[in-house]
Write a protein that binds this ligand. Sequence first.
Ligand code: NDP
Length: 282
Amino acid sequence: MKIIDGKAISAKTKEELRLEVAALKEKGVSVGLAVIIVGDDPASRVYVNNKKKACELLGIYSEEYALPADTNMESLLGLIEELNTRKDINGILCQLPLPRHLDEKAVINAISPEKDVDAFHPVNVGKIMIGDFDFLPCTPAGVMRLLDESGVEIEGKNCVVIGRSNIVGKPMSMLLLHRNATVTICHSRTRNLSEVTSKADILVAAVGKANFVTPDMVKEGAVVIDVGINRLPSGKLCGDVDFDNVSEKCSFITPVPGGAGPMTIAMLMANTVTAAKKQNNL
Ligand code: NDP
C-alpha cells in the first residue's frame, strides 16, 4: 500500500507554476487574481488566506475584497463587473458559500467565463462536458494530478465516484470519462452501494461524511481517493474514508489532511496562470 502524498505533489506543482509565472513576468506578462469573500465564515476565511499565501509564493498578484455579511447583490455584482474589465486581474473567485440572502447562481453567472478560475460558470461547465476546456474544475483536476503523478493507469479502469455535486462529483466523473475510464456515479439514492463500490479499481469518495467508506466497500488492491473534509467533534479533520482500516486493502490511498486538499489550491493557481496566458494571447 502506498500513501499518495498530496502535500508533496502540490508543492511540486506550485514550484512548476512559480517558474512559469517568473518566465511570464520576463515577457512582461503579470498574473493577477481577485478573491471576494462575503461575511465571516471561519472555514471560508481559512481557504481565502491559503489562496492568498499561495499567490504570494508563486509571485501572483492578488487582491482580496472582504465584504460585510450584509452586502447586497447590487454592490457585489458591481464589484464583479469592475473586476471583469480590469486588465491586471486575470482570475476572479468568489468564495462560496455566500450568505443566504445572496443569489449564488447570479454571482457565478456574473463572472466573465474567461476569468472564472473556479470553472463554475455554465459556459465552463459546458466546456468540461464536451471535453474542450480551458479551466479544469480545481478539486477534480487535483485528483487527476494525484493519479497521474502516482502512475495510476486510468484508461479502461472501473471508476466509481461517490457524490454528484456540481463542484466535485459530476466534474470528477467527467474528467475520468475523458480519460477513457468506465465511470459509475453513486449518490444518496444508490441501491446496494457497497456492491457497486467494491467493483471499483479507482474509488473516489466525495460525500462529506466521516468514515463513510469502510473496508467491505473496497476491492483488494483498489486506488482510493478521499476528497472529503470533515471535522470531528474533537476538532480533528478527517476524510470520508475509514483510513486505518481501508488502507490495508488499497494499492494507493490519499490521507486527510494532506491528500486531495492541498491539490485544490495548486489547481486554482494553474487556472489563474492559464487565464493570464489566454488573455495575453499566449
Ligand atoms: P455535497 O454535500 O454537495 O455532495 C455530497 C454528495 O454525497 C451528494 O451527491 C450526496 O447525494 C452524496 N451522498 C450523501 N449521502 C450519501 C450516502 N449515504 N450514500 C451515497 N451518497 C451519498 O458535497 P461536496 O461535493 O461539495 O463535497 C463533498 C466532500 O468533499 C465534503 O466533505 C467537502 O468538504 C469536501 N470537499 C473538499 C474539497 C477539497 O479541496 N479537497 C473541495 C470541495 C469539497 P445526493 O446528491 O443524492 O444528495
